[in-house]
Design a protein around this ligand. Structure first.
Ligand SMILES: Nc1ncnc2c1ncn2[C@@H]1O[C@H](COP(=O)(O)OP(=O)(O)O)[C@@H](O)[C@H]1O
Ligand SMILES: [Mg+2]
Length: 415
């Protein structure tokens, strides 16, 4: 068997048994031999996340980061051999000392920690759709509750639905500053619902379907109707039916009208189709979209409050080797940060620790000081949104559609 084949079958075995650390490290060793350091580091990182003090994992990481060249032709199974002597030993001992009295509650109780995803896809903002679950979405308790009551609950309980004569249709529009998890929440719902979730970004539609948009939008709704009960997610709805007339807007307007017709179910029965829409700029959304029976419920998705920030940080650190992180401090320093800003903060801290490890040829965990550094770089991105939102709340709150926003701005003394 070639080493490629061995690696492929070991990878499958590790995916099937994510908790088998020796197997994972064996795979990492082979990846290193095959000069696939990037993949090896991802594997070792996951082993370290489970046990930051694992000497074998530490030694392998050292090697992966250029600390040692594998002997030619060796199959370098990381055996139970101790890591390099001397400095590395001291460093290890130091970690162990440090970890023994700190052991920051390593976040969420193991039981509801999501299974680590493969490779380092968790490092990229966009986690694979199917792996995100509602429990991974920090905060948003109100939003989740509304979704639960309006759709997910009735979906699970057909008996109750019959009893109350509740139909399974309707629409909800999420709005709020960018990066606060609207799209992420939709992905989580997709993760819960599997094939019963159809997602589409209006911007994509406009790009991809030039000229054919209306027919395709109709087909999309037809697919949703056939798959009912299902959720149809329309991201960036502001791109459609702009209130303000724009150049070249006639094709947009027809597409906007088509969307209204589909939402009304003019050409088909929308029973069982729940439309979830999202926008960062609700003031650009055609008010006609919000009439009863369409996207009539509107939910404001705010920057995460302190408990939500805690869980968002936990989520983004779950697979990373960390030591002695003072989450409360980070949470206190990140008012107004969006979920995306927090993800970016974790990313930056990890980069600092890794750059330092490479520079010193010695692996170390991500520590509080990396976060302090990252905090001086990363700024909250939500403020400009609130500047616009404030004007809208002051001058354009017709019909009270922005009451939630007004209440929030007042609470924050921004209005
Ligand atoms: N509530 C949250 N919990 C966990 N991660 C979040 C949350 N909100 C945002 N994020 C992170 O920020 C990224 C961007 O968020 P996104 O959903 O695209 O924002 P929006 O659609 O509101 O502009 C997400 O992919 C996720 O990594
Ligand atoms: Mg989005």
């Amino acid at each position: 068997m070639s080493s490629e084949t061995v690696i492929a079958s070991l990878t499958a075995a590790v995916d099937a048994n994510p908790g088998d650390v020796p197997l994972r490290l064996h795979l990492a060793g082979l990846l290193l031999d095959a000069r696939r350091a990037g993949e090896a580091i991802a594997q070792i990182g996951q082993a370290l996340a489970r046990d930051p003090a694992d000497a074998q994992a530490q030694a392998l990481m050292q090697r992966a980061l250029g600390g040692g060249v594998p002997p030619a032709g060796s199959t370098a199974t990381p055996g139970p051999t101790p890591p390099a002597a001397g400095a590395a030993d001291d460093a290890l001992a130091a970690y162990e000392r440090e970890l023994s009295d700190v052991v920051p509650p390593r976040f969420a109780p193991a039981a509801d920690e999501p299974e680590p995803v493969r490779g380092d896809s968790d490092r990229v903002f966009d986690v694979e759709t199917s792996t995100v679950r509602l429990a991974d979405v920090g905060g948003m308790t109100d939003v989740k509750e509304r979704l639960e009551l309006a759709f997910l609950g009735p979906l699970r309980n057909p008996e109750l639905r019959r009893l109350y004569g509740k139909s399974l249709r309707g629409g909800l529009m999420l709005y709020g500053p960018p990066g606060c998890g609207k799209t992420f929440l939709a992905k989580a719902i997709a993760g819960e619902m599997g094939a019963k979730f159809i997602s589409l970004s209006i911007v994509q539609v406009l790009d991809m379907w030039m000229g054919n948009s209306e027919r395709n939008l109709h087909e999309l709704f037809q697919t949703a109707r056939r798959s009912a009960p299902c959720v149809l997610f329309l991201d960036e709805v502001d791109a459609l039916g702009h209130k303000r007339s724009k150049a070249n807007s006639s094709s947009m307007r027809t597409l906007g009208n088509q969307l209204l017709a589909e939402l009304d179910g003019v050409e088909g029965n929308n029973e069982g189709v729940f439309v979830l829409a999202a926008t960062n700029t609700p003031w650009d959304v055609d008010p006609a979209l919000r009439r009863p029976g369409r996207l009539d419920r509107v939910v404001l998705v705010l920057p995460p409050d302190a408990p939500a920030r805690t869980s968002i940080l936990e989520y983004h650190l779950r697979d990373r080797p960390i030591a002695n992180i003072d989450v409360r401090r980070i949470v206190a320093a990140t008012e107004d940060f969006s979920g995306a800003d927090l993800a970016h903060l974790c990313e930056s801290a990890a980069e600092f620790a890794m750059a330092d490890s490479i520079r010193r040829g010695e692996v170390r965990m991500i520590e509080q000081r990396d976060f302090e550094r990252a905090l001086s770089d990363v700024r909250p991105s939500t403020r400009p949104w609130f500047t616009t939102a404030r004007n809208v709340a002051m001058f354009a709150n017709e019909g009270g559609s922005y009451d939630d926003l007004v209440a929030y701005l007042k609470r924050r003394k921004l209005l």
